[in-house]
Design a protein around this ligand. Structure first.
Ligand code: F3S
Length: 65
């Protein structure tokens, strides 16, 4: 199966916290910016990760799969 990776662009993230609320297994807040805490997005989090990327107000989340 294809693996999924996620990235947050720190220049775009405004720390709105949506991604952490939606997928706390993948995103964490560090110094007012979201960071990705997994190397590979767990399969059960893939759809939530896409939702978080769609909902991010500044499109700071990049999903690679
Ligand atoms: Fe930042 Fe977007 Fe998450 S602004 S905190 S990456 S939803």
């Amino acid at each position: 199966r294809r693996i999924m990776k996620a990235k947050v662009d720190p220049d775009l993230c405004i720390g709105c916290n949506i991604c952490i609320d939606v997928v706390p297994k993948v995103f964490e807040m560090q110094d007012d910016k979201a960071i990705v805490i997994v190397d590979i997005v767990p399969e059960e989090c893939e759809s939530d990760c896409k939702d978080a990327a769609d909902q991010c107000p500044t499109a700071a989340i990049e999903i690679e799969s």
